[in-house]
Design a binder for this molecule. Sequence first.
Ligand SMILES: [Zn+2]
Length: 399
Amino acid sequence: MSSTLITNIGVLVTPERELTDAALISNDGLIAWFGSAKDAPAADDAIDAGGRCVIPGFVDTHSHLMFAGDRSAEFEARMAGQKYAAGGIRSTVAATRAASDDALLAHASRLIAEMSAQGTTTVEIKSGYGLTAFDESRALRLAQTLTGETTYLGAHVVPSEYADDVAGYVELVTGPMLDAVAPYAKWIDVFCETGAFDTDQARAILLAGIQRGLGARMHAAQLGESAGVQLAVELGAASVDHCTFLSNADVDALADGDTVATLLPGVEFSTRQPYPSARRLLDAGATVALATDCNPGSSFTSSMPFCIAVAVRDMGMTPAEALHAATAGGAAALRRSDIGTIALGARADLVILDAPSYIHLAYRPGVPLIHDVLVGGVSIRPPLRAVLLDDRAAPPVDE
Ligand SMILES: [Zn+2]
């Protein structure tokens, strides 16, 4: 048994309210107590939050970290006016197939370190750049060493060698490839979009995964309205991701069902597309999550604070709604209640912000505001130290 007291919390953001002058105790990785700092019981260790704001760790439910290669030239061309198309995924497939296990794992680990440094404490990782039974199962086997939230995305795009036989590729994805990945995957996903898979194919792919005991997720409505959104709701998918272009019927279906609408503002930013309206979804009563979609083609950001800033600036969310979507919303998109919230019994996955309020996440875009991150009550990075500034600072003088 090991307990840690975090004391001197300026603002503690719980689902019900914001507690000021608060403290929190984690015990064996779980939140065991929180309340007014003056009432805090003793613990084995103590962390002084220095009056800072403490929020739940971010839950990033959409990433494609198992890849090799660089597509910065494609981004540069797109910013110069070239249109985004789903087919660019194939250029990453060749590089990923050619990479060693060690190289893939080292690269994904580096991206996870980036995420952690920006306050993410849970991450989902998809396959989807292998597109053979061997390469997809390899990606998920490696991903499973980094997270329990692994997603099989053999149906990311049709690989070049199946360009004339899409039906044959769907048979592979729902047959031998599914057999190969099943031990390593928790979820199955499909990119339901023009240039990727149509709704009949998406239905067949998700149903095959569901029959194998995998949970369903979907990419849909990134480039235009799609029947995929209502299909995801109909099949009980945990999440439908992108949701950039939604009909009124799509919004109603999301509000009535229990499929989370996961918005990925990094994609609109990096492909120069219009942002989805989170406001419209929230007003209708849908559950909204925010995620990075960290991937080399359409959104190479690992930063949840960046997504929060864009969601507040351009998607109609209040700072409180954006924080909720990036934490509890993400947890809902993974069908979990043990993360993404500051509640008794939840995992002590916490971020100590170098700010008096979470509003600063949007108010100070692009600024590293993460003072410390705790995963299961344990600090995973030392506090930031202004080494250069300290070295160069003049000795203190009386003012
Ligand atoms: Zn994606």
